[in-house]
Structure formats: C-alpha cells, structure tokens
Design a binder for this molecule. Structure first.
Ligand code: GDP
Ligand code: MG
Length: 598
C-alpha cells in the first residue's frame, strides 16, 4: 500500500468511556471479521482485563476501508493500555502512529486519564479527532463536553463526532474522519535500510514470542536476519503478518505498515519496547530516538503461605516473567516468612495483576509484604545505595541522608468532594501545586511522595469521593526527607515482613495504628502477646493481646460430637492461612491489612 492510503491511529480514553466498544464497532462495520467470529470485546483478551474493565496489553488490528470517495484505505488501529502504570508503553505506541481518536463519554466528560492520555498523544505530534461517545444515554451532554474539551485540553472540538459505540450511531462518520482528518505516515522510504519500531511483544503458546512492529523505512520479509539496535541481539525471522485481528501471514511489511514478526526469540524479556529493529547486514545507522527501558518502581515480597509451595511459586513467577519484560524478581529469604521472591512492578495495578494471576492461574496462596518504593540512601562514606526492601536498611549510624521518589498527581473531582480530597493529599504529605475548575469539577495537582501512594491511596480516594474522582500520576524525581525504618515486634520478635519506611513525624501515629490493627488481626494465644512498633530499638507504640483462657471447644460440652468435630476442622482450615513466628501464629491477611490506613 502506498503511504497516502495508510492511516495509523490510536484510541485514547479514560477507562470505561468506550474505547474497546468503539474498536469492536470499527472492526465490525468494515467486515474485518465475520459476524460469527465477532466476540464481544474482541480486543480485551485476558480474564482479569475483562473483569476489571481494563486493557493491559496493547492490541492491534488492520482494517480495510473503502471511503466515500471510492478510495481503498488500510487503517491500523493500535489499542494502547489504559492505566497509569503503563505510561511508558502508551507513550511508545503513540510514537508508532500519527493520529488519535479522543473518546470522551458524553455523559461523564473529561477525566484524569483522558488528560494524561491525550497529552501523550499531543506530545507524539498526533492529529486528534474528538469523539463524543454514549450519546444514546439520556444524561449525555455533548455540547457541554465539547466545550469542556476545548477549555481543559485546548483542542478544537467543534466538529467532534457524536456517536454511540453501543448502538452504532455515528460510526460511519468516525471512519470518514480517520481518513479525511488524520494524516498518512509522514515519511517512509522503501529503498532505505530497514528501520522498525518495536511497539510491543508478548508470549503466544503456539508461536512463542510475537513482536509488534511499525515499519519506518525499508522492507521486512520472512527469513530476514534482524538485529535489535539497543540490546544488540540478533534473530532470524520465521513469520511476518498482520492482525485482522486474528493473525494473518503476509509476504512483506513495508514503510508505514504495522504488523508482527516471530522468530528465534526465546523470551519476551529479550525484546525491549521502543527498541529499533533493523537488518543484521546493511542495517540503518541510527536508532529511533527516545528509547528508555521501563523500570520497576514498586517492590514487594511474595511468599507462599505454605512453604512447601516455594518451587511452584518459582515456576509461576518464571513463567509470568517470560511474558512480561517489566516485571522483575529475585529470591528473598525472610526470617519470618522463609523463602520467597522480591518482585518489582511498574505500579500497584501491575502488582495486583501479577499477584492475582499467581493465585488464580497457579493456585498458590500468597503472603504479600508491604509494597515499597526505591529509596536512595546516601552513606556517610560517600557511597549511594538503592534500597528496594526496608528489611535491608543499613545501620542508621552509617547513613548520611535518604531520598525518596516523588510524583505529580492529577486528580479530577466533583466540587462537593474537593475538601475530602485535599485532606487526603495533605495527610499523605502532599504539596498542592495547582487547583483549577472545569465546569463543576475541580482539577487538583499535587506533589506527593510515591511511598504514600503505593499502598492504599487509590482505594481511599475512591472511597472518599464515592468513586467520582479520577486519578493519574507521573514520577518526577527524588527528594530528601526524614524517613526511618519502623519495625514491628510480635512477642518481642521483629517480624521483618512488616517493616516499613515511614516519615519521622508520622511514625508514632502509623506505629500506633499498626499495633492496634494487629491486635485485632492476630488471634489470641494461650499466653499474653506484646505487639510493639520500634524505630532503631526504641519502642514508639505498644499494644498487648491478652491470653486466651478457655478451650474453644469447651462451649460444646454436652453438645453433639459432630459440632465439636466441625469446629476443630474449621480451626485446622484456618491454620493453613497462618504463619508461625516464634510461638505466635499470624494470619496471612495481617501483612496487608495492618498497613491500611483509615
Ligand atoms: P473502555 O474501558 O474505554 O474500553 O470501555 P468499554 O468499551 O469497555 O465500555 C465501557 C462500558 O460502557 C461498557 O459497559 C460498554 O458497554 C459501555 N458503552 C460503551 N459505549 C457505549 C455507548 O455508546 N452507549 C452506552 N450506553 N454504553 C456504552
Ligand atoms: Mg477496554
């Protein structure tokens, strides 16, 4: 296809505003797949995605479209991930296309992720077509939302497409707008050396590693020998093809085209999003600009509840890591929890997704330790250490100072909840940077420590705003602060998995809260159990769990034996989810619940 007849685009939207539904409609109305194969939500493939209504892996589809002017076009839609954790992947896939459809729910208006995603599109120099979705809803106010797009985002929304992705109204206009208002690929020379962008990659159980590529210059053919310019790795290409959305082999991929390749690539980790692919011989000279490998920012320990399942856990983690280059892990031993893994994630959602998959797909009960960010520790001897795990905090006498990562958080919230949101941000050591209004919604920008956000900030935000706030963040850098390691001692034994880094001024409050929580979470034993929070050997909070006096089965005296047996069985089942610490048993959920602040 010549460049003039190619349109490459992404759909940007806040979660639930209808990105997937619109993508399905575009595929369906152009007869890209037969009605029979048209499954609901074609582009969301994983179970967790569907349940949570999010798209995690970018997907792509090639659509043939005959425009009203009679010309045949090839439209390549890239479906980008819709969550802050995957910001880098989003920005990469944006560089692989020239335009975006900006989908906004006409009954909701602009939300935090609308802004975050549209700014990424603007940064990638996209032409943007606003699309107001869900006009079938009685609550839809397309005029007001169009105005809001102009006010808040600053792009012209006077000729936005008014559509209902659900009923199909307005879909032909969207297709025409893609062809008429989005630009074709800006350049592309068939005769130049191959230059292709690695947009995404994933593991397919039949084909192995599948790599999504956008060809900038040159031609990619089956059998070619290719080289990844940033990692230096070399591979032979077995297959190339396009997505419709099922895989379809093609003979070649030329400039402006988007498709896939498979070859001798062993694991997804060997393919870095944003890398430049060229031919091993007569390759291009300069790679595409802006490559940076995505790095984990949130760390936590994953331990099997049943220590006999350690090998199964290793197996599960290794399998998941094959398919996820941004997930890191190394073995960890905890005095309290035994053998497990210290894992790194792009963010909290990423952590949750991996943890869920291990529990569900591999059927392993997990103890998750407190999520932690990476601290920079400046030692008195002038060296700098990266701390991924509070348990590894060096001796304070050797530490000069400590820096923690900060983020810029953007929150959009209806007026009436603004006060609660400000209080929440303030409580989390936030510094307000901006407060503006867009209609009846306030937009607040806060500078926050990431460590205050990784745990339950998002849950708290949702609960104080009844779900009406939307949230997005980006990392901004490191700053010095007075952070200390707080230990928890149960029956005078430090439980390393409960160690956390806290701000000095908040340590007492957090320590007290954790001890109170643990007092409720740990079942009573035959003896008295002190629960203490301490900083460097100094106890700052204390609770005492009183001893259990009676035999639990005592109240069944005179009762029937089956009831007694049931009770004992229940106790045994409950035990499986407990871990032994010295003489004390601590339930699995205590490790996370103890840290929740409310
Ligand atoms: P995504 O998160 O942006 O991919 O959103 P989805 O496409 O998954 O849509 C979110 C929800 O909105 C789903 O329940 C859809 O059925 C619904 N939805 C999408 N488009 C429309 C529309 O035009 N009208 C109505 N009433 N509902 C829609
Ligand atoms: Mg979706």
């Amino acid at each position: 296809t010549d460049l003039a007849h190619i349109r490459n685009f992404a759909i940007v939207a806040h979660i639930d505003h209808g990105k997937s539904t619109l993508a399905d409609r575009l595929i369906q109305s152009t007869n890209t797949v037969s009605e029979r194969d048209m499954k609901a939500q074609l582009l969301d493939s994983m179970d967790i995605e569907r349940e949570r209504g999010i798209t995690i892996k970018a997907n792509t589809v090639r659509i043939d479209y005959v425009a009203k002017d009679g010309e045949h076009y090839v439209l390549n839609l890239i479906d980008t991930p819709g969550h802050v954790d995957f910001a880098y992947e989003v920005s990469r896939s944006m560089r692989a296309v020239e335009g975006s459809l900006l989908v906004v729910d006409a009954s909701q208006g602009v939300e935090a992720q609308t802004l975050a995603n549209v700014y990424t599109a603007i940064e990638a120099d996209h032409e943007i077509v606003p699309v107001l979705n869900k006009v079938d809803l009685p609550a839809a106010e397309p005029e007001r939302v169009a105005e809001q797009i102009e006010d808040v985002i600053g792009i012209d929304a006077s000729d936005a497409c008014l559509i209902s992705a659900k009923t199909g109204v307005g879909i032909p206009d969207v297709l025409e707008a893609i062809v008429k208002r989005l630009p074709p690929p800006h350049s592309g020379d068939r005769n130049a050396p191959l230059k292709a962008m690695l947009v995404d990659s994933w593991y397919d159980s039949y084909l192995g590693v599948v790599v999504l590529v956008r060809i900038m210059d040159g031609v990619l053919k089956k059998g070619d020998n290719i080289k990844m310019m940033q990692t230096g790795a070399k591979y032979g290409v077995d297959r190339i093809g396009v997505f419709r959305p099922a895989m379809q082999p093609v003979d070649e991929l030329g400039p402006g085209e988007i498709g896939f390749l498979t070859g001798s690539i062993k694991q997804v980790r060997d393919t870095k999003v944003g890398d430049t692919i060229t031919h091993e011989k007569k390759g291009c000279e300069k790679p595409l600009p802006g490559f940076k490998p995505s790095v984990p920012v949130v760390f936590c320990g994953l331990f099997p509840v049943d220590s006999a399942e350690f090998e199964d856990l290793r197996d599960a983690i290794e399998k998941l890591a094959l398919n996820d280059a941004s997930f890191s892990f190394e073995m960890e031993t905890s005095a309290a929890l035994g053998f497990g893994f210290r894992c790194g994630f792009l963010g909290l959602l990423h952590l949750e997704v991996i943890r869920d998959r291990i529990e569900r797909e591999y059927d392993i009960d997990l103890i998750t330790t407190a999520p932690s960010v990476i601290y920079h520790i400046f030692m008195k001897d002038g060296t700098k250490v990266e701390l991924h795990n509070p348990a590894d905090m060096p001796d304070l006498s050797k530490v000069d100072h400590l820096e923690e990562p900060r983020i810029k958080a953007t929150i959009l919230v209806p007026d009436e909840y603004l006060g609660d949101v400000l209080k929440l941000c303030q409580d989390r050591r936030g510094i307000q940077e901006d407060l503006t209004y867009a209609g009846s919604r306030a937009m607040v920008v806060y500078d926050l420590p990431l460590n205050e956000v990784v745990f339950d900030f998002y849950d708290r935000l949702k609960s104080v705003t009844k779900g009406y706030a939307s949230f997005d963040y980006q990392m901004t850098g490191y700053r010095e602060d007075h952070l200390v390691k707080m230990q928890i001692l149960v029956n005078d034994e430090p439980v390393d998995a409960l160690s956390t880094m806290v701000h000095r001024d908040r340590a007492e409050m957090r320590g007290r809260a954790m001890c109170e929580k643990l007092k409720d979470l740990i079942p009573r034993h035959m003896f008295k159990i002190p629960i203490q929070a301490a900083i460097g050997g100094k106890v700052i909070a204390r609770e005492t769990l009183s001893a259990l006096r009676k035999d639990v089965t005592a109240k069944c005296y005179g009762g029937d034996a089956t009831r007694k047996k049931k009770l004992l069985e229940k106790q045994k089942a409950g035990k499986k989810k407990m871990r032994q610490f010295g003489k004390v048993e601590i339930p699995q959920e205590a490790f996370i619940s103890a840290l929740k602040m409310d």
